[in-house]
Design a protein around this ligand. Structure first.
Ligand SMILES: O=C(O)CCC(=O)C(=O)O
Ligand SMILES: [Fe+2]
Length: 353
């Protein structure tokens, strides 16, 4: 989610390694010491569904929905957002341009290849050590906001409408994020602006198109290692046909997240866990692969503006609920170093008593 201070080792996109040979590249195989066998099909469980059109209304059913939101974020840290105001055709088109991009010839995709030490661009996992087990995933990473931080040269010109549709999605998501941050504050009986104030005017939005090729041994690789997001809020558009996202429920059981076509999967990231003084949970999740079908998803990470100091909201701290997290700045800067070591950066800002 941000550039790494450590030196990065070069590695080809996974798509190219797979063309080069049929065997499973060693670097991607999980050692038992890492993780053990990966269960790619644990139980499928419904997760809460929230109607965003109700959240926006001041009617009694709006208030009920706000309470449902609170309960979803306290127990799951995520929910499926429906009635979000985006047409299904629009979302189809958006996912369509993402899929089309990964399907382009290598030479075309190489025009957007991520440079060493950078985040934006097409490529694979950032490799920080020879020992690192790699994720079975290629991605196209693009900064969406603030606008002056966009690296437009990495935005594909092919498919033709890629840039336009991603700009449009950004604008629509900004409205949704605003609504969510206000509703989250309302649900905790805080002033509506409580979280927005810490989010700032120049919030950072980063898109990550994830492409997971099929894998002959889904029990030996992970699409994405277990992690919680370093964002404030993440909005995930899932593949409409192929599942693969799993959430660690109550710190003990992996469950499969069902697909609701055209719903947005919203999850709290670490920074809202911090701002809410631990009331809202930033869920640990991972992505698994399967042996038959490729899978494409689009995650947008929404984080407070750079240099904004964030911390637990004052009204959520008292003698019964002590301040659980330190105030921090640039939280996402160290994210990847923790991620690659299977650690959670949020543990480093917890206050121990
Ligand atoms: O692709 C998915 O299902 C999950 C993506 C994700 O967790 C991420 O990009 O941080
Ligand atoms: Fe994630």
């Amino acid at each position: 989610m941000a550039s790494s201070a450590k030196t990065e080792l070069l590695c080809k996109p996974l798509q190219e390694l797979l063309i080069a040979g049929d065997t499973l590249p060693e670097k991607y195989i999980y050692k038992d010491s890492d993780y053990g066998v990966i269960d790619s099909s644990p139980p499928l469980m419904e997760i809460p569904v929230i109607d965003l059109s109700l959240l926006a209304s001041s009617s009694p059913s709006g208030e009920d929905e706000v309470q449902k939101l609170k309960s979803a974020l306290c127990s799951w840290g995520c929910f499926q957002a429906i009635n979000h105001g985006m047409e299904s055709e629009f979302l189809e088109k958006l996912m369509g341009v993402g899929k089309e991009f990964f399907g382009l010839p290598k030479e075309e995709k190489h025009k957007y290849l991520r440079a060493v030490g950078e985040m934006d661009g097409y490529g694979n996992d950032m490799v920080l050590s020879q020992q690192q087990t790699l994720d079975w995933n290629d991605r196209l990473y693009l900064t969406l906001t603030p606008k002056d931080q966009q690296k437009i040269n990495y935005w594909p010109k092919n498919p033709k409408c890629f840039r336009e549709i991603l700009h449009e999605y950004t604008k629509k998501l900004q409205v949704i994020i605003n609504l969510l941050l206000k509703s989250m504050a309302r649900s905790l009986k805080l002033k509506e602006e409580s979280f927005l104030k810490q989010y700032g005017e120049r919030a950072i939005m980063q898109a990550r198109f994830n492409f997971y090729p099929p894998c002959a041994r889904p029990d030996r690789v992970l699409g994405l290692k277990p992690h919680s997001d370093g964002s404030a809020i993440t909005i995930l558009l899932q593949d409409r046909e192929v599942d693969g996202l799993q959430i660690l429920k109550d710190d003990e059981q992996w469950i499969r997240v069902p697909i609701i076509p055209h719903a947005l999967l919203v999850n709290v990231g670490d920074q809202i866990e911090i701002m809410s003084n631990g009331i809202f949970k930033s869920p640990v999740h991972r992505a698994v692969t399967n042996s038959e079908k490729e899978r494409t998803t689009l995650a947008v990470f929404c984080s407070p503006e750079a240099e904004m100091e964030i911390g637990p909201v004052d009204e959520l701290i008292d003698e019964k609920r002590l301040k659980l997290y330190k105030n921090v700045k640039n939280y996402v800067d160290s994210y990847f170093q923790y991620y690659q070591q299977w650690k959670r950066p949020i543990d480093a800002v917890k206050i121990s008593f």
